[in-house]
Design a protein around this ligand. Structure first.
Ligand code: PEP
Length: 250
């Protein structure tokens, strides 16, 4: 019932020329008959290029972050309505790099999630534990706290228009992937936590896995019953790798 979703997080990578070529290749390689949905999230300045190159294709685009505010004196920030204006469908919220490098706490992430929905964007809400937290058996506590802050602020009903990405911080950009069973266990936990508030919302929401997913390990991860797609960093910068993951999700 849940349509698989593969989202590419380009992070702070790509010149205009390189990005144009990558967008062309992804567009060309993505079958219009694909069951899986593909989204690319380039850096802000490349979003107009993505809009131009991907217009009319099955591939959609989104932002990597947004301001909690709509407009005003917030130097250097980009708002939800601005992303929407450039045709974005999705926006990543609470990526671990935003949480750790830019001090985004659960409360701010929850505000950004609300700002995304207010702009009619679908937030991809990232949650996940650090290695230290996993080793201290804190994975479920951390993920529950990250989720509950959003549920308490916006209600369980808001998850009808959201995607969750479980991204163990220790697996992001490290080449260390969670085993399919480790990932499935946390995905099941997330779904059951939502189900305790609303079963239909929990059944319908897509929960992506993120953390060193690539063409060669995607199939096994995506075969897990509660893994509905991937949030892909490094591998999304290579068209063939990204397309392999999309095909595995299809
Ligand atoms: C990410 O940044 O969300 C991510 C999963 O990165 P990588 O695939 O490179 O681990």
């Amino acid at each position: 019932m849940r349509r698989p979703l593969v989202a590419g997080n380009w992070k702070m990578n790509g010149s205009r020329t390189e990005s144009a070529a990558l967008l062309e290749r992804v567009k060309k390689g993505m079958s219009s008959a694909s069951k899986a949905e593909a989204v690319v999230c380039p850096p802000y300045v490349l979003i107009p290029l993505a809009a131009e190159k991907l217009a009319g294709s099955v591939v959609v685009w989104g932002g990597q972050n947004l301001s909690a505010h709509k407009s005003g004196a917030f130097t250097g920030e980009i708002s939800g309505p601005m992303l929407k204006d450039y045709g974005c469908t999705y926006v990543i919220v609470g990526h671990s790099e935003r949480r750790t490098l830019y001090g985004e706490n659960d409360a701010l992430v929850a505000e950004k999630y609300g700002a995304a929905q207010a702009a009619k964007l679908t937030p991809i809400l990232c949650v996940g534990e650090t290695l230290r937290e996993r080793e201290a058996n804190q994975t479920e506590t951390v993920v529950a706290r990250q989720l509950d802050t959003v549920i308490e602020k916006h209600g369980i009903g808001s998850f009808k228009n959201a995607v969750i990405a479980y991204e163990p911080v220790w697996a992001i950009g490290t080449g260390k992937t969670a085993t399919p069973q480790q990932a499935q266990d946390v995905h099941r936990f997330i779904r059951s936590r939502l189900a305790s508030r609303d079963e239909a919302v929990a059944d319908n929401i897509r929960i992506l896995y993120g953390g060193s997913m690539k063409g060669s390990n995607a199939r096994e991860l995506l075969a897990q019953p509660d893994i509905d797609g991937g949030l892909i960093g490094g591998a999304s910068l290579q068209a063939e790798e990204f397309l392999m993951i999309c095909r595995a999700a299809d």
